[in-house]
Design a protein around this ligand. Structure first.
Ligand code: IMP
Ligand code: MG
Length: 175
């Protein structure tokens, strides 16, 4: 069985949308600084591209989580594989995600982060699959709402591949 990638969102469209979100965040955080939390590994490309477009002072931290509970769906319980290096107390925190699917991972992550008393806590995701949502989570900045298809690129992987693609594509299989 071989795979190919069908382009869903070309590079220039993704870039333009990140420009817009960068401008919006810069405006809304005017006079403050923003502490970006990148969720590894999928959030890496988007976090870097977004950070370049933010004009208020930016700091970064990184976190890696895994969803457990078995099966292919995330469970709503996350295990921290790599925790943040710095406390969140008093910081304007913006969690940067690659994609929100069921919302289980995000919902659990927000609970963990809230307990650390940030001054504010918002969420920015490159992609959103609203039709898959099982948890009601508030997402403050959404790059693109997409249909229920398995996508790769811009940090997202299929079997650890395709994270480096500069566009968003759908994996298609032919046999
Ligand atoms: P949730 O807990 O169901 O919202 O899962 C979100 C996580 O599932 C994301 O951070 C991704 O790691 C992964 N994921 C969900 N949909 C896709 C997809 O279409 N492509 C690649 N990874 C995905
Ligand atoms: Mg993720």
């Amino acid at each position: 069985m071989s795979e190919r990638i069908r382009v869903l969102l070309p590079e220039d469209q993704v870039d333009e949308r990140i420009n817009e979100i960068g401008r919006q965040i810069s405006e809304e955080y005017k006079g403050k600084s923003v502490h970006l939390i990148c969720v590894l590994k999928g959030g890496v490309s988007f976090t870097c591209e977004l950070a370049k477009r933010i004009t208020v002072p930016v700091s970064f931290d990184f976190m890696a989580v895994s969803s457990y509970g078995g099966g292919t769906e995330s469970s709503g319980h996350v295990k921290i594989k790599k925790d943040l290096d710095e406390p969140l107390e008093g910081k304007e925190v913006l969690l940067v995600e690659d994609i929100i699917d069921s919302g289980n991972t995000l919902s659990c992550l927000l609970e963990i982060l809230k307990m650390r008393n940030p001054a504010s806590l918002k969420v920015c995701t490159l992609l959103d699959k609203p039709s898959r949502r099982v948890r009601d989570v508030k997402v403050d900045y959404v790059g693109f709402s997409i249909p229920d298809e398995f996508v790769v690129g811009y940090g997202l992987d299929y079997d650890q591949k395709y994270r480096n693609l500069p566009y968003i594509g759908v994996v298609e299989f032919d046999d």
